[in-house]
Design a protein around this ligand. Structure first.
Ligand code: CA
Length: 95
């Protein structure tokens, strides 16, 4: 009788551990998802982007993007990834 009770106890402890692990795992998966901020969803144009970062992700990872016309690796220079027209340059012109 006593032995059986121990088995029951062991089984319930085991299932608590399993349940615990099951709870941990989705949390880990969620973390991975948040690393992957963007995903290819068929958008190809700068006007459909919301940031330079997003546009960069798309030209790197997604097919058929039309956001880097001059192929310099920087998408959407006009809308999102504005080249910093440096203050230094402006100053040197003023000088
Ligand atoms: Ca470009």
């Amino acid at each position: 009788m006593k032995f059986k009770r121990n088995v029951v106890l062991a089984v319930s402890i085991f299932s608590i551990i399993v349940a615990g692990l099951a709870m941990i795992e989705p949390a880990g998966a969620e973390k991975q998802d948040s690393n992957q901020k963007y995903k290819c969803d068929g958008r190809t144009h700068c006007s459909q982007m919301t940031s330079c970062e997003e546009a960069k992700f798309f030209i790197k990872n997604c097919p058929n993007t039309k956001m880097d016309g001059n192929n310099d690796g920087i998408p959407c220079e006009k809308q999102w990834c504005k080249q910093p027209i440096t203050i230094e340059k402006t100053i040197s012109v003023l000088r």
